[in-house]
Design a binder for this molecule. Structure first.
Ligand SMILES: [Zn+2]
Length: 328
């Protein structure tokens, strides 16, 4: 029996659900909070813990994917940047975990001052990005972010909150560093989506143990509201990720022992070299089946608004108003 670190509900019964990491082949158990429906990955003790973000995950400094896909990925970020620029024009923007900095570079080009906060353990080529101001936070340090109060107008967690060991603390820091009325954007995989429910343990976006928290849409909204944010908009997340989630998750049903082989194929490089060859060949040969089925799933998701990834936009409530509400 444990307490839910997100909604604070006591007495969570561990759910008998296990999922295998497609990179390390280690099996992890998941617990689900019956109240907010979010799930948590149970990690082994610190001594047993390995580095789950190796070269198989990041590939190389040239990118996570092959050249053409990396280009598409970059165009997708340029599209996202334009959306932010049009709907939430901001002078100072913070992104938590910016990776290769594609989104921030575009926002900088559009005229904003951009900052990134990264783990001090991130790869050198992430921390040495000359185009983006990268601040670091050590896992062992105090979790106080190195920015003044009310400094940013827009703070973005783009597929990052699910990787953080303590999302509540991170959101409290985001609240502190955001100006009153500023915008918070959180995009995460949605565990309450149709594609997740199809077969959770082989779902592409489950990605244990790198994803520590698996948010339901309702659970994320409740968490943001509890930390002083007012929800202003909920959208379909990243449609490229939604579609790929369907395609790869259906392909995974064919080879449940070795998942994400097709994903490794399109990454190329080190991830491809580590792929299980028979599973990869089987997934490739069966593409005539999972491509149309995946597209169909994507359309169904669009019709029922149950998206594989979801983006929530929220605004920081006035501090005095929030404190008053807390005291009631
Ligand atoms: Zn909960």
């Amino acid at each position: 029996m444990t307490t839910c670190q997100l909604c604070g509900q006591d007495s969570i019964e561990p759910k008998e659900l296990y999922a295998k990491d497609y990179l390390s082949n280690e099996v992890f158990s998941l617990t689900q909070c019956p109240h907010c429906q979010c799930m948590m990955t149970r990690l082994p003790s610190a001594e047993q813990k390995h580095d789950y973000y190796g070269k198989d995950y990041y590939n190389s400094s040239a990118g996570k994917f092959t050249f053409v896909l990396e280009k598409i990925f970059r165009l997708n970020h340029a599209h996202n940047a334009k959306y932010f620029h049009t709907h939430f024009p901001s002078d100072r923007i913070l992104e938590i975990g910016c990776g290769r900095g594609y989104l921030l570079r575009e926002l900088k080009r559009l005229g904003s001052t951009v900052h990134c906060l990264e783990s001090a353990d991130a790869a050198d080529w992430i921390l040495d990005n000359q185009e983006v101001q990268v601040a670091t936070l050590s896992d062992q340090q105090d979790q106080l972010w190195p920015f003044p109060d009310s400094f940013f107008q827009l703070t973005i967690f783009w597929h990052v909150l699910e990787h953080l060991p303590n999302p509540t603390t991170s959101l409290q820091q985001a609240y502190r560093c955001l100006e009153s009325g500023g915008t918070l954007c959180v995009s995460v995989p949605n565990i309450s989506s149709l594609q997740a429910k199809m077969n959770l343990t082989t779902w592409f976006h489950l990605d244990v143990p790198r994803h520590l928290i698996h948010f339901s849409q309702e659970g994320l909204i409740a968490l943001l509201e509890k930390q002083g944010f007012e929800i202003i908009k909920i959208t379909a997340g990243d449609r490229m990720q939604n579609l790929f989630g369907w395609l790869q998750s259906i392909a995974n049903l064919l080879t449940p022992g070795h998942i994400n082989s097709f994903y490794r194929f399109i990454q190329g490089g080190q991830p491809l070299r580590g792929a299980h060859l028979p599973s990869l060949v089987f997934q490739l040969l069966a593409c005539w089946m999972w491509i149309p089925l995946g597209c169909l799933g994507f359309l169904v998701e669009e019709i029922f608004h149950s998206y594989g990834t979801v983006t929530v936009y929220a605004t920081k409530k006035n501090v005095a108003t929030f404190q008053e509400e807390q005291e009631k």
